[in-house]
Structures are given as structure tokens and as C-alpha cells.
Design a binder for this molecule. Sequence first.
Ligand SMILES: Nc1nc2c(ncn2[C@@H]2O[C@H](COP(=O)(O)OP(=O)(O)OP(=O)(O)O)[C@@H](O)[C@H]2O)c(=O)[nH]1
Ligand SMILES: [Mg+2]
Length: 322
Amino acid sequence: MSGGFLCGCLMPYLHGLLKVAATAGLSRCSRKTGGVRRGFFWDLPHVRAQSRKTMAKSKFEYVRNFEADDTCLQNCWVVVRLDGRNFHKFADQHGFKKPNDERALQLMSKCALTVMEELNDIVIAYGQSDEYSFVFKRKSNWFKRRASKFISHVVSQFSSSFVFYWQDYFKDQALLFPPGFDGRVVLYPSNQNLRDYLSWRQADCHINNLYNTTFWALVQQGGLSNSEAEEKLKGTLAGEKNDILFLEFNINYNNEPEIYRKGTVLIWHKIEETIDKRITTPDAPEGKNVVVKRTRNKLLPFHMDVIGDKFWEEHSQILADS
Ligand SMILES: Nc1nc2c(ncn2[C@@H]2O[C@H](COP(=O)(O)OP(=O)(O)OP(=O)(O)O)[C@@H](O)[C@H]2O)c(=O)[nH]1
Ligand SMILES: [Mg+2]
């Protein structure tokens, strides 16, 4: 390439580029960064995005080191529990039935199903009231086991589903304001720890539900004020609450719906199904319908005891976690 060509063709082109850069405000940018190169046209956002892979790291790259390492310990069960924020108020303002609103519980489980279908590696979920727990496989390497990824994906997927599916469950009740959920990660190193965790949540469901069922029977059917009912139940044991329900209101607590007493367990099940499939064969090149059998994993809800051994014996694949 001759010097004349450089001056004649390339210089006006470079001069043009510099003018464009100056118009885009990059001269100021270059003063700020103290270097000529950093303020040049490759600092335009689209150029920066393209060149990130090929260019050396910027001097700002060090800020990455401020991020905390939140990798979940290997070989532990990763449990994410979320809980509705201020659902006492939310339930009141949206006319939830007391003590249990079937629509609300079904909506919560629909959201949990969506979370399990959309995200990887969740083997079991358990929910009651305004909370849901999700258990990721011990060996999960989803997002390199980063706690922040586990929490944020579960909570955001659940929250958006809650709003998305609201009207399917609350036909005559508009969603009045955006609900929120908090989330946390807890690691459990042994199968027994995980079972005890789920037992704890189910025992909590039982204790609260027995209290609430008795409390609202006293108020709604017994005509007591809230504070009178509270006073009457102060210090009572489970047996005494059962007696109040049975003797005063003819309610056998054991006959209350299982979804209220036990909460909801979601697990994967292998199901066999038959589907119609269209295939072409040498004798039917135009295609024909055949019935095909296949097995697939489907999520199913249960309202059963997870404290005893029976559930874990019948669903041994959950803890096997190969
Ligand atoms: N009426 C009614 N209320 C419910 C139902 N499910 C949950 N709730 C309400 O949601 C609350 C859940 O308890 P918490 O999570 O401890 O209370 P919260 O108000 O959500 O407070 P934070 O979680 O601390 O923000 C219950 O106390 C009820 O007031 C339901 O089916 N019916
Ligand atoms: Mg709550």
C-alpha cells in the first residue's frame, strides 16, 4: 500500500471515525478514563459487547472479586423455602376463607408445580399455608450450586406464577396489589436431616391448623370474640383442642380435609400413557395412525404423612438421588 493511498483514502476515513466518536461524547469519556484507547469507538456499547470475548479484561474487572462465593456445600440437600410476605394482610384484603382457603392452597401448589417443571433438579416440594419448600438433588450442579441462583430463580418463578395464575383460582376476586415472597437456602448433609426438616414443616402445619380450626370454630360457630377464643385456647394441649372441636362443634378433626391437616407434597411419578402417533411405513407411505405406549415423569400432588417411614419406603427413589 503506498503512502499516497494512506493519505488519500485512509486518513479521511480515520478522521471521519474520530469525528463520529467525538459526536458520541467519547472525548469526555476518554478524559475520564485517562487513556486514549478506552475512550475510543470500541467503547460504544455494541462494540464493547462484541469485543468482550477477544479483548483483554478492562481495569474494572477487579470489582468481580467483591462478589461473595455462595457455592452450596457439595453432597448436601439444597432446600429453598419461600414464604409469603405479610400474608396475614394479603389474606384479609383478598377475602381468604378462614382458617383455610382452598383456592389459595391450590394456587400455591400450581405455582410450585410450575417451579418444579421449569427449574432443574428439584426432587420434592412441600407446601402449607403461605410457604413452600423445594428440595434440590444432593448432586445437583445447577448454576454451579450458587445459593443466590437457587433462591432467586425459585422465588421469581413462583411469584410470577402466582400473579399469572391468580384469576384461574380466584375467579371473582381481583388481585389488588402485587404479592411478594421471601426466600432462603438451607443445606442438609444427611437424609435424616432432610426428613427431619420436612417433618418439622408438616408438624408446623398440623399445630397451626389444629389451633386455627379450633379458634375459628369458637369464633364463627361458638360466637366468641377473637380475644375470648384466644383466651380459651391459651395453654391447651392438642387433645383438649380435639375435645373442644368434637364436644362443642361435633367436628372430628381427623375428618378435616387432608390438604389442611397435612399440607401438600409434590413428587415426580413415572406414568404409563398411550398416545396416537402418525407414522409412515413402506406399506403406508402416505402415513397411518398407530397407538404408542410410553412412560414419562409427571408431577403429582399428595396430602400424606411424611413424618413416618411409609412415605419414604413407598417413594425410595427420592432419597436414592443417583
Ligand atoms: N384466612 C386465611 N389466611 C391464610 C391462609 N393461608 C395463609 N394465611 C395467612 O398467612 C399467614 C401466614 O403466616 P406468616 O407467614 O407467619 O405471616 P405473614 O403475615 O405472612 O408474615 P411474614 O411471613 O413474616 O411476612 C397466616 O397467619 C394467615 O394469616 C388461608 O388459607 N386462609
Ligand atoms: Mg408469610
